[in-house]
Design a protein around this ligand. Structure first.
Ligand code: THU
Length: 136
């Protein structure tokens, strides 16, 4: 179980991660913080590219940071978009990649400078499929 205090701390870490965003094209900073099953936190920011399509979202950056350090299970996620007032959820590509390493019940919080949304991985990616491929 992830406590509210843990989610608050994770969200604060996501906000800090957004400060490292490389977003000269959109000017839209995003930070993500993932809690690994051993208690370690991995964070990431969006990294844009002048070819636009090669932009890496903060969420996928955070997943790759964790996997590169040997973690393959993440129990909670927070996303901060300080340049928006309202909450901005993860893009479709990130939902798919996150679902590879997060259970449907894992809590997710995302928010801008105002109110945040608390939801779950499963709510963000319902009717998730292809899990049988990962079991082989
Ligand atoms: N972005 C993220 O990093 N995560 C999201 O979930 C949505 C979008 C980034 C990509 C791009 O650098 C900027 O936000 C504007 O789309």
């Amino acid at each position: 179980m992830t406590s509210q205090e843990q989610m608050d701390a994770l969200f604060a870490e996501a906000r800090r991660a957004a400060d490292a965003a490389y977003a000269p094209y959109s000017h839209f900073r995003v930070g993500a913080a993932l809690l690994a099953d051993d208690g370690t936190v991995f964070s990431g920011c969006n990294v844009e590219n002048r070819s636009y399509g090669l932009t890496i979202c903060a969420e996928r950056n955070a997943v790759l940071q964790g996997v590169a350090k040997g973690r393959r299970a993440f129990t909670a996620l927070a996303i901060s978009t300080p340049d928006s007032a309202g909450p901005v959820g993860p893009c479709g590509a990130c939902r798919q990649v996150l679902s590879e390493f997060m259970a449907p019940g894992a809590p997710v919080r995302f928010g801008g400078s105002g109110e945040a949304v608390d939801t779950t991985m499963g709510a963000l990616l319902p009717y998730d499929s292809l899990h049988e491929l990962a079991d082989s």
